[in-house]
Design a protein around this ligand. Structure first.
Ligand code: FNR
Length: 381
């Protein structure tokens, strides 16, 4: 309703309601290195483009006269009810966008009832983010360190701070080749910008020290220790038992693209997968994430929960992903741009635009709830 009132011309929204336009505005207003860190992707960025092309190739076929007067957008995931089939994807180092970083995002998420996935590389400690998210639903994203004490410490902290679900990111045991970061010599976390969640971790401090307290050779050595503990390229499917042993809640594997990997996730007793290619930031030339979704969804059926990210920019994108088998989606870059442009108000703006468009579009294509979103809504089905 507010949107229609704005349409009367008295109150102009301060930010564009089209999130692709908002992205362009972010490119104009946000400092190039910081914007480049968020917007950038691996290599020639062909996978980031493929993510969008996969959405644009698919078209919805609206249905008429279906009584859509009463709508309910809620979904059940892992025993919890989400008011909408949307979560905020984990994004590290948010403080490069705005000093309020994760706190602003956590407040907006709690306020609007959208669950939040807090990154291992968060700019505030996960305890601070949890406090800002009081009353909200929050999950924790793990970068699986090669140092098991660090992993255990993060899991213990997450559980104590009320994070209910563990999202384990598998596609980033090693950082992708990202020319924008390399050309601008700007890997923010290697400069000590906004990775408080690491620095406040006692096990991390023991293993790595404080890379940015020293200088010269000490500093370099600490940074190399950090690079060595950040991820663990030697992990295999057998290692998942370790997480199962030390995490009581649901475990979701993020970064799954191949149906066989999805089947292995089922066999390993995982609770869900996120079909994601990290927004094209890891493997240039990889398949568009939406193109990977149908085969993964078919491979696991109803045995575990399939989530999706990489390329969600509009409400109708959410419908397309649900039609191809996702139970819910994660929104990434757009909320980071909102944060960069207008802090907490910008994050709220982005989430509200996406959800308003989703609700309107569901009614207009003729569905009243996420369960009614099926492949028949797509022209290519
Ligand atoms: C990410 N992503 C990410 N994923 C993760 O598991 N842990 C993290 O710390 C981060 N950090 C991060 C930083 C930035 C700047 C971006 C853009 C992305 C990946 C994120 O969760 C999600 O998979 C992608 O953002 C999805 O792609 P789109 O929709 O944002 O293009």
């Amino acid at each position: 309703n507010e949107i229609y009132l704005n349409g009367l011309g008295d109150v102009r929204p301060e930010l564009p309601t089209d999130l692709t336009v908002l992205e362009r505005l972010a490119g104009e207003r946000i400092a190039p290195a910081a914007y480049g860190y968020v917007a950038g992707a691996a290599g020639t960025e062909s996978t980031a483009r493929a993510n969008r092309e996969a959405f644009e190739r698919r078209r919805l076929v609206p249905r008429m006269l279906r009584d859509v007067a009463v709508r309910d957008l809620s979904v059940r995931l892992f025993g919890q009810t989400l008011p909408v089939p949307v979560l905020l994807a984990p994004i590290g180092v948010l403080a490069i966008m705005h000093p309020d970083g994760d706190l602003a995002v956590a407040r907006a998420a709690a306020d609007l009832g959208v669950p939040l996935v807090v990154s291992t590389a968060a700019s505030h400690s996960m305890e601070q983010a949890a406090e800002a998210n009081a009353g909200g639903l929050r999950w924790f994203q793990l970068y699986w360190s090669s140092d098991r004490d660090v992993v255990l410490s993060f899991l213990t902290r997450a559980s104590a701070a009320g994070y209910t679900t563990l999202v384990v990111t598998l596609d980033t045991h090693t950082l992708g080749w990202r020319p924008r970061d390399l050309d601008l010599a700007y890997l923010p976390f290697l400069r000590g910008i906004g990775v408080t969640n690491y620095f406040t971790d006692p096990a991390f401090q023991r293993a790595v020290g404080s890379p940015f307290d020293g200088d010269g050779a000490d500093r370099e050595a600490a940074i190399m220790r950090w690079a060595g503990t950040f991820g663990d390229p030697s992990l295999t499917w057998d290692d998942l038992d370790f997480l199962r042993e030390h995490w009581d809640g649901p475990i979701v594997l993020k970064g799954i693209q191949h149906p066989d990997d999805a089947r292995r996730a089922v066999d390993a007793g995982m609770d869900g997968v996120v079909v994601s290619n990290h927004g094209g930031r890891q493997v240039d030339g990889a398949i568009g994430s939406l193109d990977a979704l149908p085969r993964v969804a078919a491979a696991v059926g109803d045995r575990i929960t399939v989530l999706f990210d990489s390329g969600i920019r509009t409400g109708t994108d959410v419908i397309k992903a649900l039609a191809l088998g996702a139970k819910a989606v994660m929104l990434g870059r757009p909320y980071a741009y909102g944060l960069g442009l207008a802090g907490e108000a910008g994050v709220r703006h982005v989430i509200r635009c996406l959800l308003a468009e989703l609700e309107i579009a569901m009614a207009l294509v003729g569905v009243t709830c996420p369960a009614e979103i099926t492949p028949e809504l797509l022209a290519s089905a």
